[in-house]
Write a protein that binds this ligand. Structure first.
Ligand code: FES
Length: 239
């Protein structure tokens, strides 16, 4: 099924639109540039998952054990994830999703759905350990400015698993992934970054001044930058 007929057109120039597509559209071999002329290079894996998304649900499926719905304050996009869980083995036997999101969100969630269900399905405790970095690695990378798009599916899956825990009276197992460690050298968590934003930091440099994040391991800085943007918009929208 083509996804192009399903997603609504949104404001970003990169997003899918719902206009009828012909054989010549879109051109898979053309990389995109933003308004500043910076190239966004998409890997073959991203293109493949975008053009042939796996486990996409054209309508809400029935008989599912958990539903996760999240929105991205960074861009206003939405993601829904449904999971089916085998109660005996605690494996995710099926995962379906829908989004009003960009190409990177579509590709990320498609890849995530394969990761969670391949080889008979991942155990829910292991699925909760999937990070946006794991998804990005599976896609052989995303442009730096699109890293937050991989967070959307990850957070929706976490919400769906927590919904499953609620529905099966296992509230004690509900996990909050915001305690995950972002800077492994200094043991700085996503929650620490959110707290720095709550305490008034407005830029990556200000968050670094408060937390020292990335000073030992600069490889985490692109993700930190997206998280700073995410939490600034989240807390601004809650005021
Ligand atoms: S720009 Fe919104 S999810 Fe990618």
């Amino acid at each position: 099924m083509s996804i192009f007929n399903i997603f609504k057109k949104s404001t970003n120039d990169e997003k899918a639109d719902d206009s009828p597509k012909t054989e010549e559209q879109p051109q898979a071999n053309v990389d995109l540039q933003d308004a500043g002329g910076q190239e966004w290079v998409y890997s073959d894996e991203v293109r493949q998952h975008f053009f042939e998304p796996q486990n996409f649900a054209s309508k809400a499926p029935e008989g599912y054990d958990g539903l996760g719905l999240v929105g991205s304050p960074a861009c206003g996009d939405m993601m829904k994830v449904w999971i089916k869980v085998d109660k005996e083995t605690e494996k995710i036997t099926d995962l379906k999703w829908q989004t009003f999101g960009c190409a990177s969100a579509i590709a990320s969630t498609s890849a995530l759905s394969v990761m969670a269900t391949e080889n008979g399905g991942m155990k829910i405790d292991d699925a909760l350990k999937i990070t946006p970095t794991d998804i990005i690695n599976r896609l052989s990378g995303l442009p730096d400015r699109k890293i937050h798009c991989s967070v959307l599916g990850d957070k929706a899956l976490e919400a769906a698993i927590n919904d499953y825990f609620k529905k099966t009276n296992q509230e004690n197992r509900i996990k909050d992934k915001s305690i995950r460690v972002i800077d492994k050298k200094l043991n700085i968590t996503e929650k620490d970054i959110e707290q720095a934003v709550k305490d008034g930091a407005k830029t990556l440099a200000e968050v670094q001044a408060k937390t020292k994040v990335g000073t030992g391991d600069p490889s985490c800085l692109p993700e930190v930058e997206e998280l700073v943007r995410y939490y600034i918009e989240k807390h601004d929208s809650e005021k």
